[in-house]
Design a protein around this ligand. Structure first.
Ligand SMILES: Nc1ncnc2c1ncn2[C@@H]1O[C@H](COP(=O)(O)OP(=O)(O)OP(=O)(O)O)[C@@H](O)[C@H]1O
Length: 324
């Protein structure tokens, strides 16, 4: 058993907020356990101290990334978000996959203790407005991590080699600051290597990305998203831990999105069947806009309940805008 004096010293250093002394005492306790022949628990204590020290080192080096400085300021936009998976309307299979990533991240320490790696490199594919960006935000919100959106305009320059070095800066930031790093419109980076293009720059960028992704063992999440998976180099798919596919909403999902956004209104008299017939082909993003538009019509009409005509007019307007 660990000596009572160790427990007293651990408590004392905990109350004093002296992390270094806390870890020294923990190592003394480990040595004591080893002397008593309790090799397994001794090793467990040492591993925990090593892990805690590594985390501290990472934290200690952190740039205050909410305002990225220097070159990084042009490469990533940082923010804290409070989006949740529960605020998304998702088919069960998709919700299960996203929750699995979050669970693995939350239990990362336990997994690593057994030599297992949590899922942390995700590729999201699917049509525009289907919730890929919202997913990246929800991951950040659930894990209480900052969301770093990589700015393609800052990253992709016409000068050979410069983009690769900027990409390196983003990947080093991942080591310094744990967060969700979101590469939207990822096809701009991940297009096929065989594609002919200006002076081979894109090919070079892709090769760098593949290399950085492969070497990366930071603790954050890398989330790449594209509406054009067919343009991606096949080599990319297997470098991600998970490729998650998004689709336009089913009638049930569509109705749930509308109902969710209109939840502060009375929707009791809405003829849902008439409305859902009209929404085929519209995305989750279209539906949230439609709900907002119907809500405005209701409010400005001085009513408390949304009428079918409010919704049908909002749908027609959205479809017309999409055709333009
Ligand atoms: N599953 C969902 N549940 C509820 N609302 C959603 C969902 N997916 C998307 N939305 C709504 O649509 C908006 C746009 O979605 P988002 O930006 O995540 O789409 P995207 O797939 O990233 O699109 P793009 O490829 O055009 O960037 C969200 O801000 C949200 O209001």
């Amino acid at each position: 058993m660990t000596k009572a004096t160790h427990i007293v010293a651990l408590l004392q250093s905990h109350f004093d907020g002296d992390d270094e002394h806390f870890m020294t005492v923990a190592m003394q306790a480990a040595a004591n356990e080893a002397r008593l022949g309790h090799g397994k628990v001794a090793q467990q204590l040492r591993d925990m101290v090593d892990e805690a020290r590594a985390r501290k080192k990472i934290k200690g080096r952190a740039v205050p990334m909410v305002q990225p400085r220097g070159e990084l300021a042009n490469l990533v936009a940082a923010k804290y978000v409070d989006t949740r998976i529960s605020s998304m309307v998702l088919p069960d299979h998709l919700r299960d996959r996203l929750e699995r990533v979050i669970l693995e991240q939350r239990q990362a320490f336990r997994l690593r203790q057994h030599g297992l790696q949590p899922r942390r490199k995700l590729l999201l594919i699917g049509p525009p407005g289907a919730g890929k960006t919202m997913t990246a935000a929800a991951m950040a919100g659930e894990l209480k991590l900052p969301l770093f959106s990589v700015l393609l305009d800052g990253l992709l320059t016409k000068f050979m080699g410069e983009t690769a070095s900027k990409l390196r800066a983003v990947f080093s930031a991942m080591v310094d600051t744990r967060g969700v790093y979101f590469f939207d419109e990822f096809d701009a980076i991940g297009a096929r290597r065989s594609e002919r293009n200006d002076v081979g720059e894109i090919r070079r960028v892709l090769n760098s990305f593949l290399q950085f992704l492969e070497e990366d063992d930071s603790e954050g999440l890398i989330v790449a998203a594209t509406n054009h998976p067919e343009l991606l180099d096949p080599a990319l798919f297997r470098r991600f831990d998970d490729v998650i596919e998004y689709a336009l909403p089913s009638a049930d999902v569509a109705r749930a999105i509308l109902e969710g956004r209109l939840s502060t209104f009375d929707t009791g008299s809405l003829e849902w069947d008439r409305a859902t017939k009209e929404i085929e082909g519209l995305s989750q993003a279209d539906l949230s806009r439609i709900a907002d538009e119907a809500a405005k019509r209701t409010l400005l009409g001085g009513r408390e309940s949304v009428e079918t005509d409010d919704l049908l007019a909002a749908i027609a307007e959205r479809k017309a805008a999409a055709r333009r």
